[in-house]
Design a protein around this ligand. Structure first.
Ligand code: HEM
Length: 477
């Protein structure tokens, strides 16, 4: 980096911004916008949008990031090739957890191939099997709650989604015998996710040592399970089994225990808190808007009233519930922003974002674009109903699950587990929110409600009342 460029990023000024999008006012020398960004990045982006519209720049400690908002901005970023806008930089703090040469640390082609190994485990046939597990886990969890009480809705989401991940992804050995041990190791792995890990991921500090020891232990556990399954000829119906059977195209080589572990951890980290957080926001919004509840309950009765099994297809039929969750997803995307590193100059809306800068998109802001969504700050699940379907105005109108080639591969899995949990909760309990407010917390990468976020529950004595409901297409396909 030239001295002039370094000075420009350390002492930001709009007059030195080149042909970049306009620099948001308020950047401080050396740190730029980092303080408001850390405190509330969504507010910072709404401020930029109010002042400059959908394209502007911010400074983050020596780095310039162009912020592209709205469906067009999303499309431009998600459609750009990886050799121009690259996601790896943003995820490099995950390398010590996922492992060297795994996912974002691998070459683009290898990462593609590794992620393709996961696909068979998320196909419809497997989802059929997971649906039963998800329902069983939800019932088991609900039983553990007793007849009435108060529970933290975010803890509930995180706990249940971890049980489901252990069962469907890591394998029944983890769910049945190794769960407590794995939870402890998982906490140590998560403990390594600090801002310091972006810059010095292998510093010999206790946190990082615990993270590395935990990873070694998980590799050992998985190695043991793989050997045991092979010896007994046991074939599991989980992601672990899928990875045991995967082979690299080039030389037919199977994955090592280290690679299997890395990919399982990739999938667990990608899907756990994100699903836990969306579980929480969905419950909060559905219970904040009780006028929507009768239709949800009627749908439960209609689909399950005759004792029908919870399955992939019955969960798909829960369109009213799905719209309730989707609207929570629109308003509270668990991942509020996504970053890309510019490897080749990127041209957008008459501006040039030079190589070396970052580009950022934000579902939290774009999902509330008033040119796509009417009254975007109002919770209105019917905006997705037939006849309205506001999200279909543009392919990139809602990007809580990303877009383009990096589109989340776990969308159906995530929706199924959230639907399974709320179905059981609504069928079994009368529910009421019990905290004065539910505000987003930006302390973590995945944005959930601030603790405490309490939910009061009381077991139902009487059957649910039948109420007519509107019908719509399901988004799960
Ligand atoms: C509510 C739950 C979830 C949300 C909000 C979510 C969100 C996202 C987003 C925004 C991306 C794109 C990241 C980027 O482009 O930088 C992504 C990618 C990914 N997600 Fe999810 N996710 C969820 C659940 C899951 C689940 C359950 C799994 C696995 C079972 C999963 C696996 C992945 C993987 C492997 C990628 C990387 C795809 C790629 O780069 O090709 N996610 N997710």
């Amino acid at each position: 980096m030239s001295i002039a460029t370094r000075l420009r990023t350390l002492f930001p000024s709009s007059s030195r911004n080149g042909n970049r999008p306009p620099l948001l006012e308020g950047a401080q020398p050396l740190v730029g916008h980092i303080l408001p960004f850390q405190k509330d990045p969504v507010q910072l982006m709404f401020d930029g949008k109010r002042r400059y519209g959908n394209v502007f720049s911010i400074h983050l400690v020596g780095t310039t990031a162009a912020v592209l908002l709205g469906a067009e901005g999303n499309e431009a970023v998600f459609r750009a090739p990886d050799d121009q806008l690259n996601p790896k930089e943003a995820y490099k703090l995950m390398t010590p957890i996922f492992g060297k040469g795994i996912a974002y640390d691998a070459t683009d082609d290898t990462m593609r191939e590794q992620l393709s190994f996961l696909h068979p485990a998320l196909h419809k046939k497997r989802l059929e099997i997971y649906a039963a597990h998800m329902n069983e886990e939800a019932e088991r969890y609900v039983d553990s709650l007793g007849d009435e009480g108060v529970v933290d809705i975010l803890d509930m989401g995180n706990e249940l989604t971890m049980y489901i991940s252990s069962r469907c992804l890591l394998g029944m050995e983890f769910r049945d015998q190794l769960n407590t041990q794995f939870m402890r190791l998982y906490q140590d792995l998560e403990g390594g996710l600090t801002p310091l890990a972006f810059f010095f991921p292998y510093l010999p500090i206790p946190r990082f040592k615990r993270r590395d020891a935990a990873r070694r232990k998980v590799v050992e556990l998985i190695e043991g399970i793989v050997e045991n399954r092979r010896r007994r000829g046991f074939v599991g119906e989980d992601m672990l089994q899928t990875l045991m059977e995967a082979r690299y195209k080039k030389d037919g080589r199977p994955l090592t225990a280290d690679e299997i572990t890395g990919l399982l951890l990739t999938i667990v980290f990608a899907g756990h808190h994100t699903s836990g957080v969306l579980t929480a926001w969905s419950g909060i919004e559905m219970l904040r808007h009780k006028e929507y509840l009768p239709a949800i309950l009627a749908e439960q009765e209609e689909v399950y009233g005759d004792g029908r099994e919870v399955s992939f297809s019955s969960l798909r039929e829960l369109n009213v519930l799905e719209r309730g969750i989707m609207e929570a997803e629109r308003m509270h995307p668990p991942i509020v922003l996504m970053m890309r590193k510019v490897l080749r100059d990127f041209h957008y809306a008459g501006y040039t974002i030079p190589a070396g800068d970052m580009v950022m998109v934000s579902p939290a802001v774009s999902n509330r674009d008033e040119t796509i969504f009417s009254n975007p700050h109002v919770y209105d699940p019917q905006r997705f109903a037939p006849g309205r379907e506001e999200n279909k105005k543009h392919d990139f109108s809602m990007t809580s699950f990303g877009g383009g080639k990096h589109l989340c591969i776990g969308l159906n899995f995530a929706y199924m587990q959230i639907k399974a949990l709320w179905s059981v909760m609504f069928r079994r309990f009368e529910l009421e929110l019990a905290s004065p407010q539910y505000e987003p917390s930006y302390d973590f990468l995945v944005v959930g409600p601030h603790h405490p976020c309490l939910l009061k529950y009381k077991r139902r004595k009487e059957a649910l009342v039948r109420v007519p409901r509107p019908l719509a297409e399901s988004r799960i396909h």
